[in-house]
Design a binder for this molecule. Structure first.
Ligand SMILES: Nc1ncnc2c1ncn2[C@@H]1O[C@H](COP(=O)(O)OP(=O)(O)OP(=O)(O)O)[C@@H](O)[C@H]1O
Ligand SMILES: [Mg+2]
Length: 114
């Protein structure tokens, strides 16, 4: 099992939800987060000095999938929906995941996510 974490532009929330629904990825966690990438937020002049406004609001998606095939499909769908071509489009991370349990049935592993 693989965990995919995508940190993207707030205004892309609906587009990404739609793109995931289209490929039938149904289990998703979304949160509002703050962060910065290599531009460290953005630069602003304050009394003649350049200062960094370091943390910008972003949306984080967390998705657990069963295998590499779904990892690739999910990452492709998110990348396409999140893309504008400008700095700040976001990042997508993936990790190996140890285990999952569905509380209602006590199913574990891939049985708990499908
Ligand atoms: N190395 C990192 N570790 C953890 N979170 C990161 C990292 N890089 C980016 N993020 C998260 O992703 C969000 C979006 O990053 P961003 O798209 O600005 O990345 P970038 O590397 O600066 O790429 P770009 O040049 O396209 O802006 C950040 O606000 C932050 O929350
Ligand atoms: Mg950036």
């Amino acid at each position: 099992m693989i965990k995919i974490e995508a940190i993207v532009r707030e205004e892309k929330l609906e587009d990404i939800k739609e793109a995931l629904a289209k490929i039938e990825v149904n289990g998703v966690t979304v949160s509002q987060v703050m962060g910065c990438g290599k531009q460290k937020g953005y630069q602003e002049l304050v009394r003649g000095m350049e200062v960094s406004i370091t943390m910008l609001p972003k949306i984080k998606f967390e998705i657990i999938v069963s295998c590499e095939e779904w990892e690739q499909k999910t990452i492709k769908a998110i990348q396409e929906a999140a893309f504008t071509g400008n700095p700040g489009d976001g990042k997508i991370f993936s990790y190996d995941l140890r285990n999952v349990m569905r509380v209602r049935t006590k199913e574990i592993g891939t049985a708990a996510i499908n």
